[in-house]
Design a protein around this ligand. Structure first.
Ligand code: HEC
Length: 166
């Protein structure tokens, strides 16, 4: 008789274990964790002229002489217009029409070098309003020229060195 009781207890114990296992197993057997589907990296969008200020370049006529003064005040601490002369910033010789990041011997940031920007007058006009907005991560430590006329003037001055590719 005692043997039978033991057997019964043993099987009851096993049943209890099986029940525990079944409950515990709920975690593994449950719904698979929601995973964000891995989508292929979207190709980088083609660089365009970004608008960071409301003005249109076409509404302004640059004055190179005034631009020389703007340049002296705001740019000359880091840039010169002479070909091949890099200072804190690269030479701005024939910068209009040039592709960003191409001056030999200047160590550009990756952001500038890989921006794909072509320095049309319109693009330069936008850039100079807020360089960090047009090239996020640029190492050009310049907050921008808020006055659109000053931007047009300094562009006219830079243009006196010629336009790249023309
Ligand atoms: C404090 C120094 C500093 C000042 C001031 C400054 N720049 Fe720059 N500039 C730089 C540096 C550094 C770079 C390179 C940026 C990079 O690699 O991210 C640069 C890059 C540029 C570029 C892009 C050149 C290229 O080859 O792609 C242009 C255009 C430019 N500057 C124009 C100007 C103009 C115009 C002014 C004045 C209104 C000015 N900068 C004021 C330091 C300066």
């Amino acid at each position: 008789m005692s043997k039978r009781v033991e057997l019964l207890r043993a099987s009851a114990g096993l049943a209890a274990l099986a029940l525990l296992a079944a409950c515990g197993g709920g975690e593994q057997a449950g719904a698979p964790k929601a995973e964000t589907p891995t989508t292929a990296e979207a190709p980088a969008p083609a660089p365009e002229v970004q608008k960071v200020a409301s003005e249109n370049y076409a509404d302004y006529t640059g004055d190179a002489e005034r631009g020389a003064a703007v340049f002296r005040t705001h740019c000359a601490s880091c840039h010169v217009l002479e070909e091949g002369v890099n200072r804190v910033g690269p030479s701005l010789y024939q910068k209009i029409g040039a592709t960003a990041g191409q001056v030999p011997g200047f160590r550009y940031s990756k952001a500038n070098a890989e921006s794909g920007i072509v320095w049309t007058e319109e693009q330069m006009f936008t850039y100079l309003a807020n360089p960090q907005a047009v090239i996020p991560g640029t190492i050009m430590a310049f907050a921008g020229l808020p006055d659109p006329q000053e931007r047009a003037d300094v562009i006219a001055y830079i243009k006196t060195t010629g336009v790249k590719g023309s």
